[in-house]
Structure formats: structure tokens, C-alpha cells
Design a protein around this ligand. Structure first.
Ligand SMILES: Cc1cc2nc3c(=O)[nH]c(=O)nc-3n(C[C@H](O)[C@H](O)[C@H](O)COP(=O)(O)O)c2cc1C
Length: 411
């Protein structure tokens, strides 16, 4: 009734607009299945496309001191199926596959159609604490926990890193860049106030460090901490920082709860396996941090004709919008739960207590998780960028972006 006689009412137009600029992706695939499949929709036409930066990010996700044997088997690469022609995006869905080399060893246990003898099924009946295992089995009524752990595994984040790398290709054209680094592993934490996080060398220093840490002394202690955990059959967690530079003011919204940039970034970070907390900028956790000290004062640079802040405790986001400063996120990772020294659990078949099953595992994933954090930040930033400046082609988006930059200059 409300929409009768009005095929394109303002409400319908509004939703059509939001939807048409919406970037979304879907991943599929099991950890030891044939591979991962990805469809990314909403990428405009004309974005220069190159697989090298995608493979570079995939390689970084596989690295980091404290990873297990699996990462030595895989060399992750995308096998592009659609959405790109002659090195530029077409505006159609971009789809690709990432094959699992390890599948060769799992063809029987992961057989899609043919049933296999019970002794080759690699059935799991002992849920690992800290994983989706028990609740997933209860929820789907599975008696074989492998049906859960194959998909809940962080192998899926490989697909996200590739998607994030494609999103980076889009926003790079507008001077937006991403990097991440390890801030802490267990109780070893770098003092960010003493370490310059600017300049060309920063990325090189991070990627040359086995734990992706900017402070070489802290890195040595972090490595020793991981070694000790390996010896003791234990695992360690920690935190990483993601930084986004070159973000214009005004991405996100102060108007609606679900369009606030900080909320969207926090959700994206919390969706990463084992992430348990996110901070935007510096959280005022010390008693002496009063409002007068905490907030970032505003200045105007007449030469560059732009407003800026004297500090960046807000982490580049105020009122749910980017404020033009670097976006800074601190993300906390729990120690991963599969341990050589197993935790107690209960067999779902026999209901007898048991030591949880040990399947080849990492010891510390903080350095790799930083790369995943970058990717998820890139997905969110590309999404809000398209919501503000969106169009069908890079040229159209560039016009919209330049128009906005002109508006800011004249302000
Ligand atoms: C890059 C990466 C690799 C991981 N590798 C392992 C692993 O080898 N063993 C393990 O027990 N957990 C691993 N995890 C953590 C589990 O995936 C995670 O703890 C599990 O999904 C449940 O955590 P959640 O409750 O936060 O989702 C990894 C996480 C990430 C981000």
C-alpha cells in the first residue's frame, strides 16, 4: 500500500543506492578440502589488478615465528576465474580459487561423494576446548567433529587476506595504505611511545622481523617466549596494531549505529579467529588520563588548507567517522587452544573424560593475524569509501572523490 503506484519511491531508491555500492564477499571451503572459493561483488570497473600484491599478502599470512607444519606445505596463490580482463577489473563479480596442496593427503577423509572405510575417515569425537568443536557438533547434530573443525579453522582467513588485498588495490588509487605490526606476545610488549611508526623503513623493519615487531630487542624476547611455549607444549597470545594512512575525513557515519566506522571495524576484527578484543586509538585506562589530557585538539594548516589534530588518541575516528588522521586499531588475540599438552575434555561418543585431540598446530599466530587484520580493515575501508564516493568505474569514483576534496579545500 505504502509503495503502490510509486515504482521508485524514495525509500526504494535509497536501498537501491546503498546496495549498489555495497561491497560484499563470500568464502567457501574446508581446511583440508580441495581449496577455498571466493566471490567478491561490488568492485567497480577499471581498477588496475595485479596478482603480485595479493600473493605477497598471502605469503605474509603464512609466515610469522611460531607457525606449525601446515604452512610449510602450502604456497597460497589465487587461481583467478572471473571479473578481470587485461589487468583491470570489469565491475562484474571477481571470483577465484585457492587450492589446498595438503588435500592430496586428505582425499579419502575429505571425500565429497564416495563413502570411505571407517579407518580412513579421520573421525574426531574429542572436542578441543577453545574451539567451535563441541558447540558446532551439538548445533548441527554431528557425531564427527571433523565436520565442524574443517570449516571453523583459520584456513578460511586465507581467502579473506586475498579479498583484502584486492580492496587495497582499489583504495591505493586514492592514497590509502595499510600496515600492521605485533605489539605484544604474552607479557612482552613494545613501548609504542618510544618507537617511531613513520617513514619508509617501517614496513621493511616489520616484514624483516620473524615476529613482525618494530623493536628488535622486544622481538628477541618474543621469540624466546614462543620457544618456551613450544618446549612446554603450550601456546601464547598477544596483540597487534593495524594502521590505515591517507584516509579522508568523513568515511562512516554519525547518523546510524550500524554505519559507524568504529563499530564496523571492530566487528570485522572480532570476526577473525581467536580475536577477543579491539581498541580504537588509545583507550583511556589510566586514572591520570582526564578528558583535558585525552582529547585531540584541532588546528588549521593555512598552507595546506586543511584541519588537523595535535595528537591522535582517537585513532582517526570521531563520532563514527574517519577524521582525517591515521586510523589506529589495537587487536587482542587469545593463546590458540590446540596444545601438545592437551586440555581435558569429554568424548562425545563415549561421554568419557579424555585429553583433547592434538592435531598439528601453530603455537603463536599474532604476527600472521596482523596481516588478516589489515585485510579486514581494507574490506571495511573500501566499503565505506564506495558508500561515499561509489560509482560503476574508477573514473566515476575519482570524479566524486576529487569533487569532495575540492569541497574540503574550499571549506
Ligand atoms: C592465523 C591463525 C591461525 C590459527 N591456527 C590455529 C592452530 O593451528 N591451532 C589452534 O588451535 N587454533 C588456531 N587458531 C585459532 C583458532 O582458529 C580459534 O581459536 C578458533 O577458531 C576459536 O576461536 P574463537 O572462539 O575466537 O573463534 C588460529 C587463528 C588464526 C588467526
Amino acid at each position: 500500500m505504502f509503495l503502490t503506484g510509486c515504482p521508485l519511491s524514495p525509500i526504494v531508491k535509497f536501498f537501491a543506492l546503498v546496495k549498489s555500492f555495497m561491497l560484499r564477499f563470500l568464502t567457501a571451503g574446508e581446511s583440508h578440502g580441495r581449496g577455498l572459493a571466493v566471490v567478491l561483488e561490488g568492485m567497480p570497473a577499471g581498477v588496475p589488478f595485479d596478482v603480485e600484491p595479493i600473493h605477497y599478502d598471502l605469503k605474509r599470512r603464512q609466515g610469522g615465528y611460531g607457525r606449525g607444519q601446515r604452512m610449510k606445505i602450502e604456497t597460497d596463490r589465487i587461481d583467478l576465474i572471473s571479473g578481470v580482463r587485461f589487468g583491470k577489473t570489469l565491475g562484474s563479480p571477481i571470483s577465484f580459487l585457492i587450492w589446498n596442496k595438503d588435500w592430496e593427503n586428505w582425499q579419502q577423509a575429505m571425500s565429497a561423494l564416495e563413502p570411505v572405510p571407517a579407518d580412513t575417515q579421520r573421525l574426531v569425537s574429542r572436542p578441543r576446548p577453545g574451539h567451535a568443536d563441541l558447540t558446532g557438533a551439538l548445533k548441527y547434530n554431528f557425531r564427527d567433529i571433523r565436520n565442524v573443525l574443517e570449516r571453523s579453522s583459520a584456513r578460511e582467513t586465507t581467502a579473506r587476506v586475498a579479498v583484502g588485498a584486492i580492496c587495497k588495490l582499489l583504495v591505493k588509487s586514492f592514497g590509502i595504505h595499510f600496515f600492521s605490526h605485533t605489539v605484544s606476545i604474552q607479557e612482552i610488549e613494545i613501548d609504542l611511545e618510544k618507537i617511531p611508526i613513520f617513514g619508509e623503513q617501517v614496513r621493511e623493519t616489520i616484514e624483516n622481523s620473524p615476529v613482525r615487531c618494530l623493536d628488535p630487542d622486544a622481538a628477541k624476547q618474543m621469540i624466546a617466549m614462543i620457544d618456551r611455549a613450544i618446549q612446554e607444549g603450550d601456546s601464547v597470545g598477544g596483540s597487534f596494531e593495524v594502521r590505515v594512512t591517507g584516509v579522508p575525513p568523513g568515511l562512516g557515519s554519525f547518523v546510524h549505529w550500524d554505519r559507524k566506522l568504529d563499530g564496523r571495524l571492530a566487528q570485522a576484527m572480532l570476526s577473525i579467529n581467536a580475536v577477543k578484543g579491539v581498541e580504537i586509538g588509545s583507550v583511556p585506562d589510566r586514572a591520570e588520563r582526564t578528558g583535558a589530557v585525552f582529547h585531540d585538539e584541532i588546528f588549521y594548516d593555512a598552507d595546506r588548507r586543511r584541519f588537523h589534530h595535535g595528537s591522535n588518541r582517537a585513532g582517526g575516528i570521531e563520532g563514527g567517522m574517519s577524521n582525517g588522521e591515521d586510523i589506529v586499531l589495537r587487536v587482542h588475540i587469545k593463546p590458540i587452544p590446540t596444545l601438545r599438552r592437551p586440555l581435558r575434555s569429554v568424548d562425545i561418543q563415549s561421554k568419557e573424560p579424555f585429553d583433547a585431540v592434538y592435531e598439528r598446530s601453530d603455537t603463536c599466530v599474532v604476527p600472521a593475524a596482523g596481516v588478516i587484520g589489515e585485510a579486514m580493515a581494507a574490506v571495511v575501508i573500501a566499503s565505506v569509501f564506495l558508500e561515499k564516493f561509489g560509482g560503476d568505474s574508477l573514473e566515476e569514483i575519482t570524479r566524486n572523490y576529487q569533487g569532495y576534496c575540492g569541497q574540503l579545500e574550499k571549506f
